[in-house]
Design a protein around this ligand. Structure first.
Ligand code: GLN
Length: 280
């Protein structure tokens, strides 16, 4: 008799030896619980049960996808972010834990503001704007992206998580934005062309359009800083997430464009992550 525990051990070994996974046991556990439609906890307390051959075969197929480099979130089609469960697929970037600090910073600023119009630019899965709306029901949140595919995913997530619709705007950065906001939050593409061309990144299958930002990784950040000022109400805040090594330059660019109170905020890993400033 083959047990759940047996296939879990085999799966862990396969991922350890043949995949880019840094957490082969956890990955195998997540894939097996997805196969069996059980929570991790339910699986862990029933490891000695036998497994049907059909389930072992399905699990094997998922392991093969992970071996090819596909991230777990694309295989299971979900990712937890800020305590909420988002649907994800290859149309959108997978939400990163790094980005939770952007949400926390925005919440601190937004909690006492009313009215509060927020724009989540380059929204992707919608994780930032939807998390903000979830914690700040009084806020008027709009989600914007250049990609119809991303907006479809963001709309689905808003419906599932908030059980209501949010405004969605198809726009190339600020080109089609004519409203003004009290807060603009954004996790734009910020990788360099050479980072995007690496084999490991390609194997992840994340949309290039969500990552690539020119030879120095600043194409989007530069444009956003330039255009956001006039899209902010007086006193309104711009919060940008970038790479840990981009924060100082981002701060200089914001100061150069006239923003006040420009500050860098570190993520939970201690890396510079978010740069924020205020329209005077
Ligand atoms: N932090 C992401 C990565 O390392 C990049 C996200 C982005 O470009 N917005 O892959």
């Amino acid at each position: 008799m083959i047990t759940r525990s047996d296939v879990l051990t085999q799966g862990k070994q396969r991922l350890r030896d043949h995949s880019p996974s840094e957490s082969p046991y956890l990955d195998a556990l997540l894939l097996l619980s997805h196969t069996l439609k059980l929570s991790k906890e339910a699986l862990l307390t029933s490891l000695e049960k036998p497994i049907w051959e059909v389930d072992a075969l399905s699990f094997g197929k998922l392991l093969r996808l992970r071996e090819k480099g596909l991230p777990i979130a694309y295989i299971t089609r979900r990712k937890e972010f800020y305590g909420l469960e988002f649907f994800v697929d290859e149309r959108v970037l997978i939400p990163r834990p790094d980005t939770e600090i952007l949400v926390e910073t925005a919440l601190e600023i937004g909690r006492d503001l009313s009215p509060l119009a927020i724009l989540d630019l380059c929204t992707g899965s919608g994780c930032i704007g939807i998390s903000l709306k979830h914690s700040l029901p009084h806020a008027d949140v709009s989600l914007a992206d250049i990609s119809d595919d991303a907006l479809a995913v963001a709309t689905l997530n808003a419906r599932n998580i908030l059980e209501s619709e949010l405004k969605v705007l198809k726009t190339d950065l600020f080109d089609s934005i004519d409203s003004t906001y009290d807060m603009i939050v954004t996790n734009p593409p910020y990788l360099t062309d050479s980072e995007c061309d690496s084999k490991e990144l390609k194997a992840r299958s994340e949309p290039d359009i969500a990552l690539r930002s020119g030879h120095d990784g600043f194409t989007h950040i530069r444009k956003i800083i330039g255009s956001a000022y006039k899209a902010l109400n007086p006193g309104g805040h711009l919060l940008i997430e970038g790479g840990f090594d981009q924060a100082k330059k981002t701060r200089e660019l914001m100061i150069g464009s006239g923003y006040a109170d420009v500050a860098i905020i570190k993520d939970l890993g201690g890396n510079d992550r978010v740069v924020m400033g205020r329209r005077a």
